[in-house]
Design a protein around this ligand. Structure first.
Ligand code: PNS
Length: 159
């Protein structure tokens, strides 16, 4: 049996934290679908195409990873892709309430879907795409937090 996991998110942009979670997921998933959400209530900095391109570049060395986008409900997308697991990174207690609700709602919508929470490497726990965007916008050095391709894309956005 092939165990398919989905790692959904906005990836605006992908960070070293996401890469770390993806690496950890591949230890137990046969195939990992990195799924970029289209319908975001917030206006993303990077377009869908840009986010997908960055993921393709950053994850090119990773085997067993497929990069896709999805619109609408994650539970439906998971079902369509025969996925049994949703991967989410948990960095702090503050993440927990929203993630817990989302995991229960997703299982309510698709009963065979389990959510697996992974903790990133401790030196990445403070990292988020929104903080990376802010630091980059204000001229800070983000090279420790993102792949060089993402660093270049951020520099171009805020040039
Ligand atoms: O990286 P993010 O912004 O924390 O990702 C949130 C995301 C995209 C995983 C979440 O908003 C989501 O699953 N959206 C799809 C719509 C959906 O299924 N909503 C019901 C969730 S219970």
């Amino acid at each position: 049996m092939t165990r398919i996991a989905i790692y959904p998110g906005s990836f605006d942009p992908v960070t070293r934290g996401h890469e770390d979670i993806i690496r950890r997921s591949l230890a137990f998933a046969d195939k990992l679908v990195v799924a970029v959400a289209v319908n975001l209530s917030k206006q993303p900095l990077f377009t869908l195409e840009e986010r997908l391109d960055l993921l393709r570049e950053v994850l090119q060395e990773f085997e067993g990873v497929e990069i896709r986008w999805f619109d609408g409900l994650l539970a439906k997308f998971a079902q369509k892709n025969n996925a049994s697991l949703v991967i989410r990174g948990l960095r702090a207690v503050s993440d927990f309430e929203y993630e817990f609700q989302m995991a229960l709602m997703n299982r309510q919508l698709f009963s065979e879907l389990e959510t697996v929470f992974l903790t990133p490497a401790v030196d990445l726990t403070f990292l988020s795409s929104s903080l990376v965007r802010e630091v980059a916008e204000l001229g800070g050095d983000v090279s420790d937090f993102v792949h060089p391709a993402v660093g270049r894309a951020l520099a171009e956005k805020f040039a």
